[in-house]
Structures are given as C-alpha cells and as structure tokens.
Design a protein around this ligand. Structure first.
Ligand code: MG
Length: 373
C-alpha cells in the first residue's frame, strides 16, 4: 500500500543507539508509543492552545489539538499512501516543544533569550526534549527516536540553514523533508483553523454573522446547511458548515499533492528530498481561502481584547522568573543546577521554563516573585 515516495521502514537511518527489533511493533510505531508515554506529552494537557481554562473545560488545549492533528494526519497519510505510522508519530510530537502560555509565552521566552545573545525555538526545543530531557530508559538518554522522527520534528514547518545551525548538520538541512513531515505543517493548520473557529464561536468571541461576512468559504457551506437542514439549531448548521470547510481543505490537500507528485515525476523518497520545493500544499484557490481563515482568526480572535489578559501576563511572568533564577541559581531544582555546569545558565533556565505547564509557571511565579507582575 505504500507509495514509492513514502518513507519505507527499511530506508530508515535508524536510531542513535541501535536496539534489537520489537517482536510486534515496527520502529515508527515504537516511536509513536514512546512519544505518548513521555512526560512532556502529558504536560500538553495543561498548556494553552488559544483558550486558557478560564473560559471553559471543553475547549481545545494543546493535548486535544495534538490528538486532532494526529487523527487528520492518519487519514491524509493513508489516502496518499504515505507511511501512516511515521506521520502519526510526527503529528503526536509536533507541539511537544511549546512553552506555557501559547505563542505569547514563546515570544516572551525568545525575547529574554535574545537579550542573552541566544534564542528560543519550539521545534529545536522539542528535539532537546526527545534527545535529552526525557529520561525513561536505562540503556540510553532521551527517547532514542529514529532519524526520520527527529528530522521531522525540526523540519516539518521550518527550513533551517546549516551555516546558522551547524549542530543540526546531520539532518540534511539542504534537502526537503519526507512527505510525512511536510504533511504535518498543513494538517496542523487544518486542525487549528477549524477548531479555533469552533471554540471562538462557542466562547462568543466570534459571532456567526462575523464569520459569515469575513469568510466566504464558510458562508457558502452555511447556506448549504440552511437549505439542507432548515429546522435545526444554529449551532448544528454551524457544525455542518465547519465540516464543509474542513473537508474542502483536507480533500484539496490530498488532490493537490497527488497532482503535484504526478506532474513533477516524483517516484521515490530520494526524489522528494532533492525536489526544488515542498510538495505539500493547497491549490491556489484553496490556499487563498486558507489564508483568509488564518488572517480572520488573527484579526478577530487571537488579538481579541478578551484574550489579552493571559497574553499580557505571559511576558512579566516569564521575565520575572527568568530574572529570579539568574540571580538565584541555587533555587533551581538540583537536576537543573547540575545541567548549568555543562550549559549556560540562561539556556538551562530557558529549558526549565519551557517545560512548565501554565499553572505550574503561575505557581512558581507566586512563590518566587510574590505574584507581582
Ligand atoms: Mg500544532
């Protein structure tokens, strides 16, 4: 069932520390399971995606978002005859490196690291988690994931330059990632674009009229739902319209990738790697609609004054704790004090903060900084 351009298990460059094969799980399935059993994976449950718990218990958090992306990815990878096990592992790991407080937390952490001559990047942080911070196995540090999963962690959404990141040279930075990794960037977007419309509407931060006026693609499917189900509640028509949007994005991605693969004559993984551009993408028409949704969410939801409180909190909390541990490194947990002997103190503090959940960082801030922002 696997296409020639998929990643075939026997092509894998393997693990850093070789391990005997498992009797009934292949290497990518084992990687998927190791990710699910990781501590950093469980912490996703208490990390903000868009909405904090203040709003409601039934909105997405980073864990449920991750599960949704994994579900979308499995379907699309199968339809494209890609390696579903690898694609699923990549979907499950794709947000592992996100710090507390969503993008506001990431921005704050990056800014404070910039002031120390460095930076914070969630993909590179995810690599550090699976390579080093997860200590589960006696035989090796980290999760000892296959090369393809580690490569996908850093390359799924971003191209890094070898001259800027010599430490990543082993990841073939001058080559395209496999299609399984390319796919994650788009399935992630299908997932959050539709989910954020849903949660934004449920939270009454977006109105139906506003969404219909701002997004012609949604309006088209809503009209169709009104014709087919004139009697049902507005929310059910909303759901039908959202399902229409979702299916349009997903189907277009599959069809557009299929036709691009055909037109470009790509037959093997090696062809994918040396192709001039990424193959994963929407058709021009649907790409315009995708961008409209994204822009709409930025304008009307992500920068909404109702969500500003949490965003405004992120920076002073991150900065306050960072400054506290810079001045009082002996107040860091013992394990991090040990780490500071090998790495710079700002990097160690950054790693510690990035791993925290929203409520743990708030608690730490109250403890060490008296909660003053
Ligand atoms: Mg994501």
């Amino acid at each position: 069932m696997l296409a020639g351009y998929a990643v075939h298990l026997e092509q894998s460059r393997g693990r850093r520390f070789p391990e005997p094969p498992h009797p009934y799980r292949n290497d990518f399935q084992r990687d998927r399971d190791r990710i699910i059993h990781a501590r950093a994976f469980r912490r996703l449950e208490a990390k903000t995606q868009v909405f904090t718990r203040r709003y409601s218990d039934h909105f997405r958090n980073r864990l449920t978002h991750t599960i949704e992306v994994a579900q979308i990815t499995r379907t699309l990878a199968a339809a494209l005859h890609l390696n579903v096990d690898l694609a699923e592992a990549l979907a499950l790991v794709h947000d592992l490196g996100h710090p507390p407080f969503g993008h506001a937390g990431e921005k704050a952490l990056d800014a404070v690291m910039q002031s120390h001559g460095s930076f914070f990047d969630h993909n590179l942080h995810a690599l550090r988690i699976v390579e080093d911070f997860e200590q589960r196995y006696a035989a090796f540090p980290g999760l000892n994931l296959t090369f393809e999963v580690r490569e996908g962690i850093i390359k799924h959404s971003h191209d890094y330059d070898t001259s800027e990141h010599p430490e990543l040279a082993e990841y073939l930075l001058n080559q395209r990632p496999p299609l399984e990794a390319q796919l994650i960037d788009l399935t992630d977007e299908i997932g959050y674009n539709t989910a954020d419309l849903d949660d934004g509407y449920e939270a009454h931060l977006l109105t139906l009229d506003q969404i219909r006026a701002g997004l012609p693609i949604f309006d088209r499917f809503f009209r169709e739902a009104e014709r087919t189900y004139p009697q049902v509640a507005e929310k059910l028509k909303f759901n039908e319209a959202l399902k229409g949007v979702f299916n349009r994005l997903a189907s277009d991605l599959i069809e557009n990738m299929q036709s691009k693969l055909k037109d470009s004559g790509i037959k093997t993984l090696a062809d994918v790697r040396v192709h001039t551009a990424r193959i994963a993408g929407f058709s021009p028409e649907v790409e315009t609609e995708r961008k409209q949704i994204k822009d709409f969410l930025y304008e009307n939801l992500y920068y909404s004054p109702s969500l500003a409180d949490e965003k405004d909190d992120a920076e002073p909390i991150v900065n306050g704790l960072f400054a506290f541990w810079m001045e009082n490194p002996s107040a860091l947990p013992h394990h991090y004090q040990e780490k500071a002997k090998e790495e710079s103190l700002p990097r160690v503090i950054c790693d510690y903060i990035a791993g925290m959940t929203d409520h743990f960082i708030t608690e730490q801030h109250e403890k060490h900084c008296g909660g003053t922002r």
